[in-house]
Design a protein around this ligand. Structure first.
Ligand SMILES: CSCCC(=O)C(=O)COP(=O)(O)O
Ligand SMILES: [Zn+2]
Length: 213
């Protein structure tokens, strides 16, 4: 049924997507969202859907290998970036939700990354991402935006096995951030906080603050 209200975990995912769409972080069909499903596996947005008005039919339930378990829209296929979500759920079993957004600020900030890392300014906001030290040195992992998504996922899986990021997030160069949390609420807070930090970095450079300290 067109426009039907979303149910189960999809309700929170659709609300988060609408919120990000309104902020310009999921324009067009950009971005994807997932949450572990009480029925097993995880719900993820179907590929190529507009994120401003998602309904039940815009989600697909897949298992941890990405195999489809449930697809309310028979034409739908899981997000092209499902393998990235799989890599994160596998690496961090406590993760309940993963949001991937495309913001302008993230793509500008990515230019300042070096050797696969982007040093974040020691803003108070970092505490909301779980780092409570004074003047912390926080590096966000940055990955190349390879044309074949499973190649990016393989790099992510390999790196997450070697090192746990200091904050629950990673960045794909000239593409966007992927952020996670124990549930949709935590993932939403983390996404907003990280995007605030990117916005600060860009604004500080424009204000001539030198670096972004
Ligand atoms: C229009 S954005 C290009 C694809 C992408 O990066 C994205 O996040 C959305 O892909 P999906 O398959 O999840 O719709
Ligand atoms: Zn993307």
């Amino acid at each position: 049924m067109a426009g039907a209200a979303v149910t189960d975990e999809r309700r929170e995912l659709a609300a988060a997507a609408r919120h990000f769409y309104q902020r310009g972080w999921m324009v067009g069909t950009a971005g994807n969202l997932s949450a572990r499903a009480s029925a097993g596996g995880f719900w993820i947005t179907a590929s190529g859907r507009h994120k401003g008005e998602l309904t039940d039919k815009d989600f697909i339930r897949v298992d941890m290998d990405g195999q489809v378990l449930e697809s309310p829209d028979l034409q739908g296929r899981p997000s092209a970036e499902t393998s990235i979500h799989q890599a994160i759920y596998r690496a961090f079993p406590e993760t309940g939700a993963i949001f991937h957004v495309h913001s302008v600020e993230a793509n500008i900030a990515a230019h300042w990354g070096e050797k696969g890392r982007l040093r974040l300014p020691a803003l108070e906001m970092i505490k909301g991402l779980g780092v409570w030290e004074e003047n912390p040195l926080v590096d966000l992992p940055v990955f190349e935006n390879l044309p074949h998504v499973p190649d990016i996922s393989a790099l992510i899986a390999e790196r997450l096995e070697q090192e746990r990021p200091q904050i629950p997030a990673l960045l794909i160069n000239l593409h966007g951030a992927t952020v996670w949390g124990k549930d949709c609420t935590a993932a939403l807070h983390h996404t907003e906080l990280l995007e605030y930090i990117f916005r600060y970095m860009v604004t500080a450079r424009m204000a001539g603050l030198g670096g972004y300290a």
